[in-house]
Design a binder for this molecule. Structure first.
Ligand code: MN
Length: 300
């Protein structure tokens, strides 16, 4: 957080990433970037679609450690399967939340018959107190949904304006979808929280700063209120949380605290270790880990 004279809200352009591990789809990545590594414990943000190619998401089995994955759709349908025996379709407005803890493997497949695929994939880094837990998966359809300043607010995780999601969280944070009404939406900033905002459909203005759709606002100013305005029915994703201060090495699908931990995770995936148990899905196969770089991975 800068001093008042330096504080400002900036927008970050997405990088288009062609994922070799996903068929036919490229994503717009706004976390992590050079300018911004995390917003609270939010450490990864991919925005994809809308694409008419409903079969465009086919991610074969791959591992995760040390983080939670959040799957959230605006349209279309995805099927999740994992190594703790979960099989769960997620629809728009529903939350698929996977807590990897010490290790899990999963796959995701878009349904051919569904509407255009449009959604976000987010990761939340787990703090030391939560990263050694057993993996588990949650699906939530009954999420807080309320009107505020004429906007519709749906809370995926954490708490906003006194409404708390039932999803498991391990650090103070919030993730919410806000569908704007005719008037600006204002909400108090939680003490000590960092905030980001992703406009999904249209350009919006956040705390006086205009930003294009698909860019990520880093709302880094000293205002006690966050105000968002834009065309009615525009959806935005609000992300916030307490600054994550632990060491963090994020490489491929793993988050550890140092190089050796990540190297261990990688070798156990490559060896087919029980840490990442095998499971059946409709895709088949598994995604091999890339080679580690020749230089040791460093904490950010
Ligand atoms: Mn994944």
């Amino acid at each position: 957080m800068g001093k008042a004279s330096e504080a400002m809200t900036q927008t970050i352009e997405p990088r288009v990433v062609h994922l070799t591990t996903r068929t036919g789809i490229s994503v717009r990545r706004t976390l992590p970037t050079r300018q911004l590594r995390t917003i609270g414990a939010w450490c990864f943000l991919d925005h994809y679609g809308p694409t008419e190619d409903a079969g465009s998401m086919s991610v074969a089995a791959h591992p995760h450690v040390g983080l939670q994955t959040v799957s959230w759709l605006f349209s279309g349908q995805l099927e999740h399967r994992d190594s703790v025996s979960s099989i769960q379709v997620v629809n728009p407005g529903e939350l698929n939340l996977m807590t990897a803890g010490v290790g899990i493997a999963h796959s995701e497949l878009s349904e051919q018959s569904a509407a255009p695929l449009h959604g976000v994939q987010l990761w939340v880094v787990l703090p030391e107190s939560a990263r050694h837990q057993a993996p588990h998966f949650e699906h939530h359809e009954d999420l807080p949904d309320f009107e505020h300043n004429g906007a519709r607010v749906r809370v995926l995780v954490g708490r906003l304006l006194g409404h708390e999601s039932p999803a498991a969280t391990y650090s103070p944070l919030v993730g919410a979808q806000i569908t704007l009404g005719d008037d600006p939406v204002s909400m108090p900033r939680e003490q000590g929280f960092e905030y980001g905002l992703l406009p999904v459909d249209n350009d919006v203005v956040a705390n006086g700063t205009p930003g294009p759709t698909t860019n990520l606002f880093n709302i880094d100013d000293d205002s006690e209120i966050i105000t968002i305005s834009g065309p009615a029915a525009s959806r935005v994703m609000l992300l916030g949380g307490e600054q994550f201060t632990e060491p963090m090495v994020m490489w491929w699908n793993f988050i550890g605290r140092n190089h050796d931990e990540v190297e261990q995770m990688r070798s156990e995936w490559e060896a087919g270790n029980q840490r990442f148990a095998a499971f059946e899905d409709r895709i088949g196969g598994r995604i091999p880990a890339p080679e580690l770089p020749n230089v040791p991975l460093k904490s950010r």
